[in-house]
Write a new protein. Structure first.
Length: 152
């Protein structure tokens, strides 16, 4: 398995419904603006005031995640439900965030980080069923094993 230093040098992985940090932030913060809309120089739709409001909210949200070095993030949304998992580094420590929802809600308000130990993750991946959520489509076990350098 890779060391924490090696993992921190790896390119971040975003899977399934997420392709970037902004994608992840929008779901946890309930600021539904795409990365392209956020970065656009001109309003991408007619309601300019609404676009500017969403851009402002996303800018504020991005500031809250500024010191969170996202390493691995996956979010699946099948069968009218969603399941998310995020691994990040902040101040030299590794943390994970778990989120889920039914069809009525999203991930908003579920960013609750818990410190995680690499050996713990390895055990959950090799001895358990971590990352094998077939129901919501958030299957990331194999990708996370590769990312962490865990032999299958």
């Amino acid at each position: 398995m890779k060391t924490q230093e090696q993992i921190l040098q790896t390119t971040p992985i975003f899977l399934h419904n997420w392709t970037s940090k902004i994608d992840m932030i929008k779901d946890f913060e309930n600021v539904y603006i795409t990365e392209a809309e956020y970065k656009a120089e001109k309003p991408p739709y007619a309601n300019v005031e609404y676009w500017e409001e969403k851009k402002t909210k996303m800018t504020e949200a991005i500031k809250r995640y500024e010191n969170k070095n996202i390493l691995f993030a996956s979010y699946g949304q099948d069968n009218y439900s969603g399941d998310a998992w995020v691994l990040f580094e902040e101040d030299g420590k590794l943390y994970e965030v778990n989120g889920s929802h039914c069809s009525c809600y999203g991930l908003e308000g579920q960013w609750e980080a818990e410190e995680v130990v690499l050996a713990e993750l390895e055990n959950r991946l090799t001895k358990g069923t971590f990352g094998q959520d077939y129901y919501s489509g958030n299957e990331f076990s194999n990708e996370l094993k590769t990312f962490l350098g865990i032999e299958s």
